[in-house]
Write a protein that binds this ligand. Structure first.
Ligand SMILES: [Zn+2]
Length: 148
């Protein structure tokens, strides 16, 4: 499952997302973080603007990225999905390096696991989530994947 995230929103380059996923975010560091206080979330992978990939959770374990969700008739997508967060925002174009890395990651995961669909957070939690947003080019991802 593809996500987009930035903390504070629309700001890139800091370590706040990694801190959120590791339970070490200082809630008092920014007013926006107050609304996240106590939130325990994680993702398997985080792809930075540079294309650098960080892994927070083994793919053998569940990560808490989907929340209340449903796909293909099944609830609780955390139980059966890999969460990949892109450092980004709904209305800011993702980087070339991110498409490249994301496609490589999807290809590697497909070799290893019976992955049926690649979807966005917005697809499995419509009305509640919008990421990775309209700035994410699905066609480009699929075209890049097809070349690997
Ligand atoms: Zn998300």
């Amino acid at each position: 499952m593809v996500h987009g995230i930035s903390l504070p929103p629309n700001q890139f380059g800091g370590d706040e997302v990694a801190r959120l996923f590791t339970g070490t975010l200082n809630w008092d560091a920014h007013p926006y973080f107050q609304g996240l206080r106590g939130m325990r979330v994680s993702a398997h992978f985080y792809v930075r603007r540079s294309g650098r990939v960080l892994q927070f959770v083994s793919c053998r374990h569940r990560a808490w990225h989907a929340g209340a969700s449903r796909w293909a008739g099944r609830e609780r997508c955390n139980d059966f999905s890999v969460g990949i967060e892109l450092e980004g925002a709904d209305h800011i174009f993702y980087t070339d390096a991110q498409y490249e890395r994301l496609a490589q990651l999807c290809a590697a995961l497909r070799c290893r696991y019976p992955i049926r669909d690649i979807v966005g957070h917005a697809d499995i939690a419509p009305g509640r989530k919008t990421d990775p947003g309209p700035a994410f080019d699905w066609q480009r991802l699929h075209e890049t994947l097809a070349t690997l």
